[in-house]
Design a binder for this molecule. Structure first.
Ligand code: CP
Length: 303
């Protein structure tokens, strides 16, 4: 049995398979071709944090494949405090066929997955956001025909979203540049465990956004203060201000450059209205792709 906790755990062939299946499912959805691949299956969704895209795209995707989903607020389940992670996992494995979790701490996912009798899917943790990373690569593939050889400049925090995208890029032959203030880059463990195995200079980390976006095919940004970091907000607003994705920064990238954002966007902070609403932005195509990749992941895990 497989889980879907980090893109690091998948081979390039497996990622390619999921991307191909995502495109097939997207096409089938656009042509309203019915599917019953999850008929009789029940997928649980435990969320410790708020969500729009992840929750709704999983619930809609499961319904479209003929399955049933069940939303469980984190404060009702009480992962690790109402009962142990192992007791929760042993119990829920008897009822469900797969479980999506959005958690504060990645170790919560590991604790549940270790003893789980059903596939566990990471719907975002402090460490990674693999569903987002997969949708991001699918979007790049759609925009450019192929992702290999393309360069993504991530302008912002070296956070969970950036980490997952960097892994997707590294595995599928893309360049990844992280433009961030000093002290907000990738952690040493991630660099040692993953990045240095891609190549010694992967990814590039630059503390100035302007050289970072030169020649980029994609500029990617995310909020400067993630859920759980609210106490750092004032400091982060100051440190990240020079890293705003605006018309001036976009003008320094290549003419065909696209802008991605995992959303929700804090307009006027990490991205301006004119860029969000402009022709280069593909953030809503990217958001739509969340559903298609997650359907592919569910079919792959429950095949
Ligand atoms: N990008 C993303 O995960 O969106 P939500 O937080 O709305 O699920």
């Amino acid at each position: 049995m497989r889980h879907f906790l980090n893109l690091i755990d998948l081979t390039a062939d497996e990622l390619n398979h999921l991307l191909t299946e995502s495109a097939r499912l997207k096409d089938a959805h656009s042509r309203r071709i019915p599917s019953h691949s999850l008929s009789g299956r029940v997928v649980g969704l435990v969320f410790e944090k708020p969500s729009l895209r992840t929750r709704v795209s999983f619930e809609a995707g499961v319904a479209q494949l003929g399955g049933t989903s069940l939303y469980l607020p984190g404060n009702e389940v009480g992962l690790g405090w109402r009962e142990s992670l192992a007791d929760f996992s042993h119990t829920i494995s008897q009822y469900l066929d797969a479980l999506v979790l959005r958690v504060y701490q990645h170790k919560t996912l590991d604790g549940i997955a270790q003893v789980s009798g059903i596939p566990i899917i990471n719907g975002l943790s402090d460490w990674s956001h693999p569903c987002q990373g997969l949708a991001d690569v699918l979007t790049v593939r759609e925009l450019f025909g192929t992702e290999a050889g393309r360069t993504v400049a991530f302008v912002g925090d070296g956070n969970n979203v950036a980490r997952s995208l960097a892994v997707g890029c590294g595995k599928l032959g893309m360049q990844f540049v992280l433009a961030c203030p000093v002290g907000y880059g990738f952690d040493e463990k991630f660099k040692a465990d993953y990045c240095k195995k891609v190549s010694p200079d992967f990814p590039k980390e630059i503390n100035d956004p302007f050289p970072a976006v030169k020649g980029a095919d994609v500029i990617y940004t995310d909020v400067w203060t993630s859920m759980g970091q609210e106490a750092e907000r004032e400091e982060r607003l100051k440190r990240f201000a020079p890293f705003q994705v605006n018309a001036e920064l976009l003008s320094k990238a290549s003419a065909q450059c696209k802008v991605l954002h995992c959303l929700p966007a804090h307009r006027g902070e990490e991205i301006t209205d004119d860029v969000m609403d402009g022709p280069a932005c593909a953030a809503f195509q990217q958001a739509g792709n969340r559903m298609h990749v997650q359907k592919a992941v569910l079919e792959w895990l429950l095949r």
